[in-house]
Structure formats: C-alpha cells, structure tokens
Write a protein that binds this ligand. Structure first.
Ligand SMILES: Nc1ncnc2c1ncn2[C@@H]1O[C@H](COP(=O)(O)OP(=O)(O)OP(=O)(O)O)[C@@H](O)[C@H]1O
Ligand SMILES: [Mg+2]
Length: 328
C-alpha cells in the first residue's frame, strides 16, 4: 500500500426528496479515493449524479449515508475541511462577484485562511496570479470579472481555489463553458498545478478524450452508481460495461455521435416532465439501473450487479455480463 489517500469516500449516498413524490437517490453507495498528485476523472451523462458527488464532497449537500474522510479522519471541522477541499465550477462568471476586483477575490481567501498577512497579501496575490499565468499582475488585480475573457476568469477562479493551499481540488466541468480553443490550455494549467502542488484532483467531465489525457484513472457514473472504473486507457479504450461502451461510441469522433447526443437530450427532456412510477420503482430497487436501456439485460440484472475485476490493473466493471463464475 502507498500513503493514505487524501480524501476517502465510502458508500456515499445522497437522496433528494421532492414534494409529493418518492425521493430520488441521486448518488448510490459511491466509494473512491483521491490521492495526492493524481487526477481522477468522473464521467457520465447529464443527470448521472456527478455534481451531486462534488456537492457532497464540498459539504454543500448532506449525504443520507456514507462517510467522507480527509487525511484519514472523519468529521473534520468545517473550517479546516473547507480550506483543504476547494472547488472550481463550470461557470467562472457566476462564481465570481461582478462587483469585486480580481485582487479582492484573492485577498479574502488568503487572509481568511491565514496564508497571507496584511503586510504580504499583495505579494501573495501577485504570486497566485502569476501561478495561473495572468499578468501583469498589478493590472489584472485591479480588474473586475467583466473586463476579463472567459478563460482569464476561469484562471482567476482557479487562483482563488488555490489561495488557501488546499489538498483537494474538485473541478466540476471546469472548461465546458469556455471556447474550445482555450479548453486544453486551462486543463494543462490545472494539470501543472496538480503536479507542482501535489493536489488530489477530481475532474468531472462529459469529455472522454480529456478524461483520458489528463486523468490517471476514470470512474463512470450512471444514474447515481459507479458502473466502471480503472486506469483511463483501460476504461476508455477497452470499456466493459455496456453503458461505458455506449458512452465511448457516442464520443466525438465516433460515428453518429452528434445525432445520438441530440436524441439523448430530447429523451432526457421528455423524461423530465414525466418521471413515471415505473422509473421511481426501478430507482428504489437494488438492480442495475442501466438494465432498461441495456441491450444485454438478463433476469439477474434485477439484482445489484457485482464488482467484477477485469485485469490486474484495477479495472472493474459492475456488470453481470463479466461475472462468469460469480453468477446466481
Ligand atoms: N437540489 C436538488 N433537488 C432535487 N433533485 C436534485 C437536486 N440536485 C440534483 N438533483 C437531481 O439529482 C440527479 C443528479 O443531478 P446532478 O446535477 O448531480 O447530475 P450531473 O451528473 O452533474 O449532470 P450534468 O452533467 O448535467 O451536470 C438529477 O436527477 C437531478 O435532477
Ligand atoms: Mg453537473
């Protein structure tokens, strides 16, 4: 075994109750660990529960069950926890206050976390801006968010997240709202910062190509459950779970991907209005949640799928298809 993971997530479950309806299990017994200097990607279609995992790890929603340990300890006090676990969100415009300068956005967390004093806060602010390749630092610090480009704003959001010197960075689709041309730059920046600062990075994305490029390991989520995980190349190039296979075949570059994405979106919108009793019953059941869409569904898929090791590398699929010898 190597060192203790920075953040351990054990059986995390989040239920949302909606007025007049059965509750929705948005996250269902999710278990994983984040390690220093490593990136773990969390992929899955819209509504699969990725952001809910991030919100639970950020203590913005309260889990119904499960445990989150920081540095091996549970129940870390809010102040220490929030300093150690920082977020970068999808929309840098919404996450920055338009009334405040860039300098203000950085000085506050530096001072509150005790990483700077009144005497050196300007110097620390300049260092932070330089570390995300923004300059001249004095000029940038005086600007307000609307005077910056989308990419520059996201650099500020990253700098702000780094201000308290966190151990964990949770990045929820950090580049999906940015121009395609600058996405890779921002991801490369986060990658470099992860190396330099030994951050444990959770990278939430819809994009399998960047997941494969920037993350050592990938976890695939489908309707609240982790259905497959392992080294990125293994999972993305040799997907085992029928859902991951569908995702991989729908990825840009794969034939028919755009049409499929459009169909998926239309189906999602149609389903939103009419969450039927049938769907709710399935959600409350123990079975594989993909079975209604799965071309290989069998009777035993009504039971919770087993974790099946695929290779010595740690590649796992949660699917009865791969469970020869472990069947019912
Ligand atoms: N505050 C809430 N109250 C009720 N239901 C919620 C709430 N937040 C999320 N949900 C539901 O939980 C499920 C998971 O949502 P979540 O936002 O985590 O998905 P996601 O994987 O991040 O999707 P996307 O890729 O679109 O960002 C969805 O069915 C969503 O409608
Ligand atoms: Mg989300």
């Amino acid at each position: 075994m190597t060192e203790t993971p920075v953040l351990e997530v054990d059986g995390l479950t989040v239920d949302f109750t909606r007025r007049g309806t059965a509750s929705l299990r948005a996250v269902d017994q999710v278990t994983f660990a984040l390690e220093a200097g490593h990136t773990l990607a969390l992929v899955g279609e819209s509504g699969s529960g990725k952001s809910t995992v991030v919100r639970a790890l950020s203590r913005l929603v309260v889990p119904s069950a499960g445990e989150i340990r920081l540095g091996g300890a549970r129940g870390v006090r809010d102040r220490a926890y929030r300093r150690a676990v920082q977020m970068v969100f999808q929309d840098p415009f919404a996450s920055l206050n338009p009334a405040h300068t860039v300098g203000h956005h950085l000085r506050r967390p530096l001072l509150v976390s005790g990483r700077a004093t009144r005497a050196d806060v300007e110097a620390r602010t300049a260092e932070l801006l330089a570390s995300v390749n923004l300059g001249p630092t004095a000029d940038v610090a005086r600007k307000r968010p609307h005077e910056l480009s989308g990419g520059q704003r996201q650099r500020v959001a990253i700098a702000r997240a780094l201000a308290p010197e966190p151990a964990v960075l949770l990045a929820d689709e950090p580049v999906s709202m940015l121009d395609v041309s600058i996405r890779l730059e921002i991801l490369a920046l986060m990658d470099r910062l992860k190396e330099q600062r030994r951050l444990a990075l959770l990278y939430v994305t819809h994009d399998l190509a960047t997941a494969r490029h920037f993350a050592a390991d990938v976890m695939v989520m489908y309707r609240g459950q982790i259905v497959e995980r392992g080294p990125s190349d293994e999972v993305i190039l040799r997907p085992r779970h029928p859902y991951t296979q569908l995702l991989a075949s729908a990825a840009p570059g794969a034939a028919g991907s755009r049409e499929r994405a459009r169909e998926e979106r239309a189906a999602r919108l149609a389903a939103r209005g009419t969450r039927t009793a049938e769907v709710r019953e399935e959600e409350s059941g123990e079975g594989c949640r993909f079975r209604a869409r799965c071309p290989f569904a069998m009777d035993r898929c009504a039971r919770r799928p087993p974790v099946v090791p695929i290779a010595a590398s740690g590649h796992e699929a949660r699917c009865w298809l791969h469970a020869e010898g472990t069947g019912p």
